[in-house]
Design a protein around this ligand. Structure first.
Ligand code: ADP
Length: 466
């Protein structure tokens, strides 16, 4: 079995103390089975940055290796190109994208340095798997430094249509660097199709059978691998003591009222203002819900040093203030916003206490909250998932009530339908989704990508020896 080397922006945690998300669970299992390295940014800044010492944490056969960035790299590569250029662009927000040449230079510089620091850690027979938009060009740099082994890439966020992608200065060179990988994974077929279109229309490549593409004399596989969660564990979290305490506390507070829950990093891709407007419309159009239904929005602050994020926070506080001012009663407040973090178990209890899970991104690669909400429900009395058509998760969860978050009136209608759905219908819809996410777990996702990579590696060896 080949050793696995993972590269991603942040590393770990490896051991699930109830904290790890889907990615860490899936990768942690694969790394423990195969042995290997997980390499990325320490999250720290230092003057030496990527030239400084590696920080090593060994856990049995798995090494966590991280390195600092210089303050300048952290600002221009991470805060700049990753968060202000690629993130908005890949989420279709050209209006928010900042195309600064300094940021692109920093991106290339850091990718190259990270590849240079990874190369001496590699052993013959290793397979390398690079994650997400922070490290698109890293694979090409690894190839240049002589790595010929199996090389995979997974994009956790959407790949927009070429009409959007081509707005990125030097997009051809950036996307072209993906052709250095053997296997490229996307969350949905539509992301995969957008990429294939880009390869054909902008890079002059062509599509071959079996998900293969060819460009610049290289053949590679681009496929859809929707990421999942550790559904079983999350369902168990939801009946843990900690979850039950949280559920009970909310039930006392709610009495016989219903709660709608939203859980998202405070990010403009998540459609939180649209969600608030949909809830406001529910109270306007269906007044019987006044005093009867509340919205709890858990929104941990994210990237708050960037203007787009602090603007969003102000907008949400204003909107919630306005709605609360207009509708509050002596014993009922319509919207609560909480920016604090919760443990996975506490979160599971909160999901389970909520009759509606409201997930309304304007664009989202997958959205794991949708899957967590379903995993946490009580099978005898499950809540209803209301899910944006723009979340990657919608492909695997068609039994949710599917909404267009820009259409406020229809969002309100879906909420009303969710709040009044019979237990029988709730159970039927929930079961179908739960069964699907029980198969499509984080572990299954990881195995599928590694299997695809091994297959291509074997095929390459056969071609070479033929
Ligand atoms: P993104 O990766 O864009 O943030 P996802 O929905 O795919 O969006 O994943 C978000 C993850 O963050 C989920 O696993 C969710 O449970 C977790 N999360 C969000 N808010 C909190 C919070 N306040 N406390 C703990 N975990 C949170």
């Amino acid at each position: 079995m080949r050793r696995l080397v993972v590269v991603s922006n942040r590393v770990g945690p490896l051991h699930d103390g109830g904290k790890a998300g889907g990615l860490a669970v899936g990768l942690g299992d694969a790394l423990r089975t195969r042995g290997g390295i997980w390499f990325g940014w320490s999250g720290e800044k230092s003057d030496e940055g990527t030239f400084g010492p590696l920080k090593i944490e060994d856990h049995d056969k798995v090494r966590l290796a991280t390195i600092d960035l210089t303050p300048e790299d952290a600002e221009e590569f991470y805060g700049g190109y990753a968060n202000q250029t690629l993130w908005p662009l890949l989420h279709y927000r050209l209006d928010l994208a900042n195309f600064d040449q300094r940021y692109e230079n920093a991106y290339r510089r850091v990718n190259e340095r990270m590849a240079a620091r990874l190369t001496p850690q590699l052993q013959p027979g290793d397979m390398v798997w690079v994650h997400d938009y922070h490290y698109i060009v890293l694979g090409e740099r690894l190839r240049e430094s002589g790595f010929t082994g199996p090389l995979a890439y997974f994009l956790h966020v959407p790949f927009p249509s070429p009409e959007i992608m081509t707005a990125l200065p030097n997009s051809q060179s950036i996307v072209r660097s993906l052709t250095a990988y053997d296997v490229i994974g996307f969350q949905t077929d539509s992301d995969r199709r957008n990429f294939a279109r880009y390869v054909v229309e902008e890079l002059g490549g062509r599509e071959l059978p079996n998900d293969e593409l060819e460009a610049y004399g290289r053949t590679f596989r681009a496929s859809t691998f929707p990421i999942g969660i550790d559904t079983q564990s999350f369902a168990e979290f939801a009946v843990s003591d900690e979850a039950q305490e949280h559920e009970a506390q909310l039930k006392v507070l709610l009495r016989d009222r219903h709660q709608i829950i939203g859980v998202d990093r405070l990010d403009y891709s998540k459609g939180i203002p649209e969600r608030f407007r949909g809830f406001e419309r529910l109270l306007e159009d269906y007044p019987e819900n006044r005093g009867r239904v509340s919205l709890m929005q858990v929104a941990p602050l994210s990237r708050s040093d960037l203007e787009a994020y602090s603007d969003l926070r102000s907008e949400l506080e204003e909107l919630a203030g306005h709605i609360n001012g207009a509708f509050s009663a002596l014993d009922w407040v319509p919207i609560r916003i909480m920016t604090r973090g919760f443990t996975r178990r506490a979160l599971a209890g909160i999901y389970r206490a909520s009759r509606v899970g409201l997930v309304t991104p304007l664009r989202d690669g997958m959205n794991l909250v949708a899957k967590e909400y379903v995993a946490a429900q009580n099978p005898d009395d499950p809540g209803v998932l209301v899910l944006s058509r723009f979340a990657g998760a919608v492909k695997e969860m068609p039994e949710a009530l599917i909404v267009n978050p820009y259409d406020t009136a229809s969002l309100a209608r879906a909420l009303q339908q969710a709040l009044n759905m019979s237990r029988e219908e709730r159970k039927e819809r929930w079961q179908a989704m739960f069964d699907r996410i029980s198969k499509g777990t984080a572990q299954a996702w990881c195995d599928a990508i590694l299997k695809a990579l091994e297959e291509r590696a074997d095929k390459k060896v056969q071609v070479r020896s033929a």
